[in-house]
Design a protein. Structure first.
Length: 375
């Protein structure tokens, strides 16, 4: 296979080249590039199925005001916020901000050890205890077990932040036999939300507006051509599995789910929004780095990660502000903003055209509900 054909086939290489391009801008020419408006242009680039680059990295966002900052976080006393995948990255920093502002943060992790380590760090950093729960979103049994325990222990739930996820692994399946990415990122969170939604509904009152936040990605613009593969056989077909497109499918499913849920709970006083946090320096990209390593070797990959990627990506503490905004921001809650999609930092954006299709929203909901009812 020729060089250019290889570039077209392997998205990991394209991602690497983009990272190198952006990293190269951190030199004496950066101010010149700002003056000619390169970064402003990149922030507004229109791709085939939507705006993909808006807020993707700090340098692209630099000349644009943030829609939310740490100073905008209110006193969260007596508010309970549940964050899936709260032991690292965006989930950890979302919990940090909640705890720092006197909220009751609850984090879930795949193992108790990870939870204990994160809770200890959060206690040291904020002075507040953070509750934990073991939750494996690739297992319906684990989800049901966690939800049953949580519902016994908790009398209210002000915000549910669906943050955990898996990105671009080799083909594998969940405990129920679903392709891992859509099984974890969508079906797992769908079931968890279904089980906890009655508690969220009971928390709602004329004075209390609960929220559900679905962490998606701009990758949802790059799913399979049909958007979602509509049969389980197609979803689970290893022979046609494309790791980045399957990830995009799962992230599109997140937005479709958020849109449908927003409509279903509108009259119950619950707000539902989806977000793209930007490209963030977290562990989520570990599978992508493995793919890159296969092309350029371990040493060069380590150099790219340390000297380029970590210089251009969002810090998790800052990137977490977009999902925090949709979870607890007084302005968003006062305006009853729901069924929207946001990019960094807390800027509303247009999702992929597939995401606005109510027929697709309802179809995915029914597919998910039917599968879960049989498992």
């Amino acid at each position: 296979m020729g060089f250019f054909k290889a570039l077209c086939k392997y998205s990991a290489v394209l991602v690497l080249l983009l990272a190198i391009l952006i990293g190269s801008l951190f030199n004496d020419n950066t101010n010149v590039l700002k003056q000619v408006g390169l970064f402003t242009y990149l922030d507004g680039v229109q791709m085939a199925r939507g705006t993909q680059l808006r807020g993707i990295a700090p340098v692209v966002h630099e000349s644009i005001p943030w829609g939310f900052t740490e100073n905008g976080i209110p006193d969260l006393t007596n508010q309970t916020v549940l964050i899936t995948g709260g032991n690292s990255g965006l989930g950890y920093w979302t919990a940090f901000h909640v705890a720092k502002h006197k909220g009751n943060a609850v984090i879930t992790c795949r193992t108790q050890k990870r939870c204990d380590e994160a809770a200890s760090k959060l206690m040291e950093a904020t002075g507040r205890e953070v509750r934990t729960g073991v939750l494996d979103l690739s297992s319906f049994a684990s989800i049901r077990s966690f939800a049953a325990t949580f519902l016994k222990q908790q009398k209210d739930l002000h915000s549910l932040v669906l943050n955990a996820g898996v990105m671009m692994p080799p083909f594998s399946t969940t405990k129920e036999g679903l392709e891992l990415q859509i099984g974890t990122n969508h079906f797992g969170h769908f079931l968890l939300t279904d089980l906890l939604l009655p508690l969220v509904e009971r928390t709602a009152s004329p004075k209390v507006t609960p929220t559900v936040v679905v962490v998606s990605s701009s990758a949802h613009y790059r799913s399979y051509p049909e958007g979602i593969r509509w049969t389980l056989d197609e979803m689970n077909d290893e022979s046609t599995y494309v790791t980045n497109l399957a990830y995009g499918q799962s992230k599109l499913a997140n937005v479709l789910f958020a849109q449908e849920l927003a409509r279903r709970v509108k009259e119950k006083g619950i707000l539902v929004n989806s977000i793209h946090p930007g490209v963030v320096a977290t562990e989520l990209a570990r599978h992508l780095l493995v793919r890159i390593q296969g092309f350029i070797g371990a040493s060069l990959t380590a150099f790219v990660k340390e000297k380029i990627l970590l210089r251009v990506l969002w810090e998790p503490r800052d990137a977490a502000l977009t999902q925090l905004y949709t979870a607890i921001a007084p302005d968003l809650i006062a305006r009853k903003v729901s069924g929207r999609y946001f990019h960094p930092i807390a800027r509303e954006n247009m999702p992929d055209p597939h995401a606005a299709n109510q027929t697709l929203q309802h179809r995915l909901w029914q597919l998910s509900a039917d599968f879960i009812s049989k498992h």
